[in-house]
Structures are given as structure tokens and as C-alpha cells.
Design a protein around this ligand. Structure first.
Ligand code: F3S
Length: 384
């Protein structure tokens, strides 16, 4: 790569800090904005041009899901499949791992406490900062790409002294019964906090630690901050100075959010209904929990579609975890986000236990969505 190219990418970082030119070395990048449905031909050609020019990433780089499952491509327009495949090939040539997942922290891009990183994908950013104790701003697709090429990012936001300081103390004292409740709390918390970093106190820890994924992913859809301090969970939370500004959130606000994010009219008789779960992508532990909750039923009267990374899929398959789910009619998707090209094409009524999925499937794909927890889905649609 020649000097001019490097200057171009540094200018992207400099545009974030007018009048200053300070940088911080990073150890890892996660790229978003790689779905053909988002970046189109212009994005595809840009990535191909970079790879043909010999540009190479300097740090470990993983990538978000695309819009296609390469093993179930028949559901999608062949042109979209071909173009998504070219995007992945270019990213691979640039030096990225073709992870195609929004939970890179689970195995393909592990990061630790105190690591300086440059991640895009808000749910992964929030998890890395809030649960793992890493340091990353909510990077955009282009700034994360620039950081992968340069090996550093702008020293702004969370990378500055006091950049992680909590600014709003939030108490939630009511009960949280399911992963959906955690998602709703995250959504309300994001609305209340705006761009402030909240410090969240809960009455007790969740029965399943993966519920934090839902809390943080939905916080990322409504709030602007790159992290949530969770009392007793975020590394350093017990020592950090607590903010003086304080608010409380109650159960009623969660119910209001649920109503706002759910379709008011039920599906029509005979209408195709798909249960979408895996936003963010499901971990092996979550797949195990789903298998467990399906144990008492023969199948569901609606179609269960689950989204995960290819790595988790292969591991779960090898462990025999998926056999029971397939027998109960489940479809597994990998490489793809819930904004899957085949979902829009089939235009079903969508039931989901993810607030983030409901927000985007309704907002971006225009499909009717209804929020229900996994337990509610099994109780209402379980057969046998
Ligand atoms: Fe992941 Fe797509 Fe949801 S990137 S967090 S499955 S909207």
C-alpha cells in the first residue's frame, strides 16, 4: 500500500477529531457494514478495489454477518448471493477472518480487560466494554476499516482519560423474568440515558448471563453511549465513582416499551408466522437453553428460525445439540444476520424474543413483529 493511501485512511480518523491528531494503538478490529443489502455495488467495488491494490489489515479483524447463509442460498436472489460472496472474498483477501458473526468475542476475536480495540456493531461494542472491560468507541464501518488498515484509532471518547466515567445512576428494582425483560430494560435505559454512560443497579443477577447480551443489544438501538456499567458485573464497577444524577426505571416502562415495539394486530388465520431468535447470534449455551425449553413439546405451530455463527453451528452440530431442534422443525442460519435476504422475500409475520430484531425487522424490512420471550413462545405455540 502506498503512502497516499495511508494518508487517506488517517484523514478518516482525523475527521473525528478536528484540530487534534492523537491516536491509540489497537489490538483488534470488528467490521460491520459488510452485508450486500446495506452497502450495495458501491461498497462491494470499494472493498474489491482495496484488496486489488494490495491493502492488508494490520490487526486481527473479524466481520459482522452478511445477508446470506451460504448453505441455504436457494432462498435468496442468486445475484445477491454472488455479490455477498464477492464481499466475503475481498474481506478475506484484505486479511479479515470471515467470521460473519456479531458475537466475535465468543471465540473468533477474544478480547480482555484493558484492551484497546476498534469495533463496529453496537451490540458487540457494548458487550466488549461492559462485560469484558475492553475499550472501544462505537466505530462506524469506515472508521473501523481505517483502523484495521492503520493499526490505530483516534484517541477520542472512551480512549480519553475519564472517557468511561459513568454519568447517570440508574436503579431498576422490579423483577426481570426473561431474556425479553432484559432486552426491554436495555431499550428503556437507552432512551433515558441518551448519550450518557449509565451505571445500572439491578435487584439481582440474571439466572442466565446471556441475558446481558439482550440488555446491551437493545440499549445500542435506543442509546448512544458505548457502554453500560453494570453493578458487580463490569470489571472495576465496585471501585468506580458513582454519578450523582440518579433515576429509576420500573416495570410499567418496560410494558409500555413492549407495547410500542409490538404489532397491535395479531396474525390473520393461516398467515405464515416465523419465530426469529439469534439477534445477537446465539451462543452454544443459548442453543442448549432452547433445546431444554423445547424438551416437553413435539414441535411448534410456528416456524422457528435460529441465527448463529458458523463456528457455533459446527460446534453445536458436532456435539449433537441440534438434532432435537431439527426434529422439532427448527431451521438454523449461519453467516447471516436476522436481516436475512430470505426473510424479507417470504414476508411473514415475525415473533421474536429480541428487542433489537423487532426494531430492525419492523423498521428496515417493514414486517409486522411481535415480542415474546422464549418461554411464552413455547407455552403459546408448543404442540404435543
Ligand atoms: Fe447481529 Fe444482525 Fe442482530 S448483526 S445483533 S443479528 S441485527
Amino acid at each position: 500500500m502506498n503512502t497516499v493511501d495511508r494518508k487517506v485512511f488517517r484523514k478518516i480518523l482525523d475527521s473525528l477529531q478536528p484540530g487534534r491528531k492523537r491516536y491509540v494503538k489497537i489490538r483488534s478490529v470488528h467490521l460491520s457494514g459488510i452485508s450486500y443489502l446495506n452497502i450495495g455495488n458501491a461498497g462491494l467495488e470499494f472493498l474489491e478495489d482495496l484488496s486489488k491494490a494490495g491493502v492488508r489489515f494490520r490487526v486481527r479483524t473479524t466481520v459482522n454477518p452478511g445477508c446470506v447463509d451460504f448453505d441455504a442460498a436457494k432462498d435468496c436472489d442468486p445475484q445477491i448471493v454472488e455479490k455477498q460472496s464477492r464481499i466475503v472474498s475481498s474481506l478475506r483477501a484484505l486479511g479479515a477472518s470471515p467470521s460473519l458473526t456479531c458475537i466475535p468475542y465468543s471465540s473468533e476475536n477474544p478480547v480482555g480487560k484493558g484492551w484497546r480495540i476498534a469495533w463496529a456493531e453496537s451490540s458487540a461494542v457494548l458487550y466488549a466494554n461492559s462485560i469484558l472491560g475492553a475499550y472501544t468507541n462505537k466505530e462506524g464501518s469506515l472508521t473501523a476499516l481505517a483502523s484495521a488498515i492503520l493499526g490505530y484509532t483516534a484517541r477520542i471518547g472512551i480512549h480519553r482519560r475519564n472517557g468511561r466515567k459513568p454519568e447517570l445512576l440508574v436503579e431498576y428494582r422490579d423483577e426481570l423474568r426473561s431474556e425479553l425483560d432484559y432486552g426491554l430494560l436495555g431499550y428503556v435505559l437507552g432512551l433515558k440515558a441518551g448519550s450518557k454512560i449509565p451505571y445500572l443497579r439491578l435487584r439481582k443477577k440474571p439466572s442466565d448471563p446471556s441475558f446481558y447480551k439482550q440488555l446491551l443489544a437493545s440499549f445500542g438501538t435506543s442509546g448512544g453511549a458505548p457502554m453500560v456499567w453494570i453493578d458487580g458485573v463490569t470489571p472495576g464497577s465496585l471501585r468506580v465513582r458513582k454519578p450523582s444524577e440518579k433515576i429509576t426505571i420500573g416495570r410499567t416502562e418496560l410494558e409500555e416499551a413492549r407495547e410500542k415495539l409490538s404489532e397491535p394486530s395479531p396474525p390473520s388465520p393461516g398467515e405464515r408466522i416465523i419465530f426469529v431468535s439469534g439477534c445477537p447470534h446465539l451462543s452454544s449455551e443459548e442453543l442448549e437453553a432452547i433445546r431444554e425449553s423445547f424438551r416437553g413439546i413435539k414441535n411448534l405451530s410456528i416456524e422457528p428460525w435460529f441465527f448463529t455463527s458458523r463456528e457455533t453451528y459446527v460446534e453445536a452440530l458436532n456435539r449433537g445439540l441440534l438434532k432435537d431442534l431439527f426434529e422439532k422443525g427448527a431451521k438454523m442460519f449461519k453467516d447471516s444476520c436476522v436481516m436475512y435476504c430470505g426473510l424479507k422475500a417470504t414476508a411473514p409475520y415475525v415473533v421474536t424474543n429480541s428487542v433489537k430484531a423487532a426494531y430492525y425487522i419492523h423498521g428496515n424490512l417493514g414486517l409486522r413483529t411481535l415480542l415474546k420471550s422464549l418461554k411464552e413462545v413455547v407455552e403459546e405455540y408448543g404442540v404435543g
